[in-house]
Design a protein around this ligand. Structure first.
Ligand SMILES: Nc1ncnc2c1ncn2[C@@H]1O[C@H](COP(=O)(O)OP(=O)(O)OP(=O)(O)O)[C@@H](O)[C@H]1O
Ligand SMILES: [Mg+2]
Length: 227
């Protein structure tokens, strides 16, 4: 699996103003790796993630999943089957149990309830959530537990592409470390490509590759210091 951004430009346009955010992003994300995207507030990190998630399309340039341009794919299928996003605020459905939250996207894809349940339980085990939590509602879980439900729900995408926008932003040090540990394990053991937007220096230390958003482009952090 390879996700590639080629000369991606993106502006938000309203009737009154145009905000140019991305000015030629070139970047490659591969399976089995954990990537970090860092940069100032408002620099375009979430925008890049939205383009990778197929929530928006670039005005110029391409987002390619294994060579297939998101512009030419059915975006609804892409969002449902190829990619999943984990958010800082968890975004679980409050009236569904933990297990039902994880089953939900699979059922949307047309999977039978029994099979969705079997897979959901498998994913919940992978993020170390004990069986006692499965039938509870999200509001009764701690923040760290809720985020693990968010990750379980994001598993099972066909291309094993997992995007996370500040996944540890609402968590303390210990819970953050656990979440990053789980994401790294998914990359190492199951070949997920994990992309994490983060401000957290402790998180950055744990990642394989760090890209910094600067002047509308993504630059490799290791090269960022060279001139
Ligand atoms: N829907 C929108 N309409 C207009 N402008 C937007 C919209 N969404 C984002 N922007 C603007 O685009 C720029 C980039 O926003 P983005 O959310 O990608 O930044 P970010 O790097 O994720 O910031 P943060 O670290 O604060 O989350 C900002 O200037 C923001 O105000
Ligand atoms: Mg953001």
């Amino acid at each position: 699996m390879k996700l590639e951004l080629q000369n991606v430009h993106f502006s938000y346009r309203t009737r009154y103003q145009t905000t140019e955010v991305l000015k030629g992003v070139d970047c490659v994300f591969s399976e089995g790796q954990v990537y970090g995207i860092i940069g100032k507030s408002g620099s375009g990190k979430s925008t890049v993630l939205s383009l990778m998630a197929g929530l928006m399309l670039p005005q110029t340039g391409s987002v390619l999943l294994d060579g297939a341009d998101t512009r030419k794919l059915n975006l609804e299928t892409y969002r449902r089957e190829k990619v999943a996003v984990v958010y800082q605020s968890f975004r679980l459905l409050p009236l569904l149990t933990v297990e039902e939250n994880v089953m939900y996207p699979m059922e949307l894809r047309g999977m039978k309830r029994k099979q969705a349940q079997r897979l959901a339980r498998d994913y919940l085990r992978q993020v170390d959530l004990p069986e006692q939590t499965w039938r509870r509602f999200p509001a009764t879980l701690s923040g760290g537990e809720q985020q693990r439900v968010g990750i379980a729900r994001a598993l099972g995408t066909e291309s094993r592409l997992l995007l996370a926008d500040e996944p540890t932003g609402n968590l303390d040090f210990e819970n953050s470390a656990q979440i990053i540990g789980i994401l790294k394990r998914l990359a190492r053991e199951q070949g997920y490509c994990v992309v994490i937007v983060t401000h957290d220096v402790d998180v950055m230390d744990e990642l394989d590759v760090i890209y910094r958003m600067r002047d509308g482009r993504l630059v490799d952090q290791r090269e960022a210091h060279v001139v």
